[in-house]
Ligand binder design. Structure first.
Ligand code: AMP
Ligand code: ZN
Ligand code: FE
Ligand code: FE
Length: 298
């Protein structure tokens, strides 16, 4: 039985190079099988899957955009910045991303220590095995906690043992939202604010990020209500941001939508490309992209 078709553009996906469940080429194959024709592989703090994904995309007629997602945590809440059109061979960028991945590793190590002290023993070695060399994150820890029998399901770990309010939680240190946007711009990429629903006071933060070079905002996202999508489209129109969207597919648990599961307007890619190299801060897009509110696909 073939999989139901999704929408052709998916600008937010993850693979085993960070906390997704499948190899980069496999994510592209699955996306292609769902009818995706343009896909951003946006693994956290790495471009390591880009070459493999681009090559597989070449075989299958999927245009793969090399991307990353930079997660920040601050008084602004969870601000995740997607960086599009980055160069996987940019050594200076890789130096910065490596530091961020090292921070991820330290954070997960600390959380493992805390969980052990709290009576929920997990072995760091097992977490590392699950990650298979990808940028470490809570999903790997959630899988280990599930395997150890401390939570009834993988997803349950996120609402109990490793939620923000859990005593085992360790906050992320690293980039501010403004620095994340500036980092993407400094390396020739096009930054978009991911799933703005996790941001505290997006109305106040967005203009600051626009000054730092923000070019897009992820209006189309599986868990957005139609009202939320409309609200973010209004923000996009106000600051000349390109409305982007994607599944945030990980292939683990219930998080995210199916590949191609979110409708993204056709013109988004051209609009994003037009934002390359403009340094940001002064959007120039016509408002034609700002009038297409859509909810989740299926
Ligand atoms: P981290 O970057 O280590 O804080 O982990 C964040 C990642 O965990 C996200 O990118 C998602 O993959 C996953 N995640 C966050 N919240 C949830 C949730 N409630 N249920 C399942 N996965 C989640
Ligand atoms: Zn993730
Ligand atoms: Fe995210
Ligand atoms: Fe993501």
């Amino acid at each position: 039985m073939s999989e139901p078709l999704g929408y052709p553009i998916d600008l937010h996906t993850h693979s085993l190079r960070s906390d997704g469940a499948f190899e980069p080429a496999e994510v592209v194959r699955r996306a292609a099988a769902r009818g995706v024709r343009v896909q951003a592989l946006s693994d956290h703090d790495t471009l390591a899957g880009a070459a493999e994904a681009v090559a597989e995309g070449g075989r299958l007629g999927v245009r793969v955009i090399a991307s990353t997602e930079l997660n920040t945590e601050s008084e602004w809440g969870d601000v995740h910045v997607l960086g599009y059109f980055l160069d996987p061979n940019d050594a200076a960028l890789e130096d910065r991303l490596r530091l961020l991945r090292e921070d991820r590793g330290r954070r997960i190590e600390l959380m493992v220590e805390k969980l052990n002290a709290l009576g929920f023993p997990v072995r760091l070695e097992r977490v590392l095995e699950i990650a298979q060399g990808g940028a470490l994150g809570r999903p790997h820890l959630a899988q280990a906690l599930f395997e150890a029998g401390h939570v009834p399901t993988y997803d349950a770990a996120f609402v109990t043992l490793i939620s923000k309010t859990s005593p085992a939680y360790v906050a992320r240190v690293g980039l501010t939202p403004h620095e994340a946007v500036a980092l993407v711009r400094a390396h020739g990429g096009v930054p978009s604010l991911a799933h703005p629903g996790t941001v505290t006071d997006a109305d106040a933060l967005v203009p600051q990020l626009v000054d730092a070079g923000l070019a897009g905002i992820e209006c189309y996202y599986g868990s957005h209500t139609p009202e939320a999508t409309i609200r973010y489209l209004a923000l996009a129109a106000r600051y000349d941001l390109v409305p982007t969207g994607g599944s945030d597919f990980h292939g683990r648990g219930e998080h995210g939508a199916p590949l191609g599961g979110v409708r993204v307007p056709e013109g988004s890619i051209r609009a994003l490309e037009a934002k390359r190299g403009d340094g940001g801060g002064h959007g120039t897009q016509p408002s034609a992209y700002h009038s297409d509110p859509v909810g989740r696909a299926r």
